[in-house]
Design a protein around this ligand. Structure first.
Ligand code: SAM
Length: 224
C-alpha cells in the first residue's frame, strides 16, 4: 500500500525520545539502558500503525515492547497514536513511564541492534507478501530474515506470524522448518480457532481483511 508522506514526520520521529535514534548503541543493553528493568523484550517487525503493539504494551506493562518499522510516515502515525492514547488515559509519555519504544529501520539490520538471545519473542503481522520469486528474499519469513531472528532470539524464544495471504503463509510453512525451526502451532482460520484466538489482538490489516471475509492464518515457531 502506498503511504502518503506526512509533512514534518521525519523531524517528529527524529526528535522523539520514544524512538531509539541509534539502536546500535544499545546492542546487548536494551533492558538495562533503555527500559531500566529486567523484563522480557517482545519485538514486532513491520508494525505498521502499531495497533497490535500499542494494545499489547498497554495490557502488559511487565513486558518491554519494541515496534520496528521501515517507513518514517507509518512510524510517525504509530507514535502519534500512542502518545494520544496515553494522554487520553492521563498516562505519562515520558520514556521512563512507557514500556514501548520504536525503531525506524530495515529489519535487515536487526543483528546490528540486538545481541545474541536478547529478544524474547518476535511478532510478524501481515508482512508484505512480495509474490514474485525474484523478491523472495524480501519476505520477512525468508531464510535471510530467519537467520537474523535465530541470532537475536533467546534459546526457547518464539516467532508468532499471522497473515491473510495464503501464498506467503504456504511459503512460510515450507521455509520455516527447512531453516531449522519447528512449527508448534498452526491454524488456517484464526478467528474460529478457540484456542489460538484466545487473547488475539487484531492488527490494522487483520481488521480490514477479516472484515472482507478473508480467513486469517497463524503459526508459532521455535527452533528445533
Ligand atoms: N503489521 C501491520 C498490520 O498487520 O497491520 C502492518 C502490515 S503492512 C502490510 C507491513 C509493514 O511492514 C509496513 O508498514 C512496512 O513498511 C513494514 N516493513 C516491510 N518490510 C520491512 C522491513 N524490511 N523492515 C521493517 N519494516 C518493514
Amino acid at each position: 500500500m502506498r503511504i502518503r508522506h506526512v509533512k514534518g514526520s521525519e523531524e517528529a520521529v527524529a526528535a522523539s525520545p520514544l524512538v531509539i535514534q541509534k539502536p546500535e548503541e544499545f546492542k546487548g543493553k536494551w533492558k538495562k539502558e533503555v527500559f531500566n528493568n529486567e523484563n522480557e523484550i517482545f519485538l514486532e517487525v513491520g508494525m505498521g500503525m502499531g495497533t497490535f503493539i500499542r494494545t499489547h504494551a498497554e495490557n502488559e506493562p511487565g513486558i518491554n515492547y519494541i515496534g520496528f518499522e521501515i517507513n518514517t510516515t507509518v512510524l510517525f502515525k504509530a507514535l502519534t497514536r500512542y502518545e494520544k492514547e496515553r494522554v487520553e488515559k492521563e498516562k505519562s509519555t515520558a520514556p521512563e513511564d512507557c514500556n514501548l519504544r520504536f525503531i525506524r529501520s530495515d529489519a535487515r539490520h536487526l543483528e546490528e541492534y540486538f545481541a545474541k538471545g536478547e529478544v524474547d519473542k518476535i511478532y510478524l503481522n501481515f508482512s508484505d507478501p512480495w509474490p514474485k520469486d525474484k523478491n523472495a528474499n524480501k519476505r520477512l519469513t525468508s531464510p535471510v530474515f530467519l537467520k537474523l531472528y535465530d541470532s537475536i532470539l533467546k534459546k526457547d524464544g518464539v516467532i508468532e506470524f499471522k497473515t491473510d495471504n495464503r501464498g506467503l503463509f504456504d511459503y512460510s510453512v515450507e521455509t520455516i522448518p527447512a531453516e531449522g525451526w519447528e512449527i508448534t502451532q498452526i491454524t488456517y482460520d484464526l478467528h474460529n480457532d478457540e484456542s489460538m484466538n484466545q487473547g488475539n489482538i487484531m492488527t490494522e490489516y487483520e481488521a480490514k481483511f477479516s472484515a472482507k471475509g478473508n480467513p486469517i492464518y497463524k503459526l508459532i515457531a521455535r527452533r528445533k
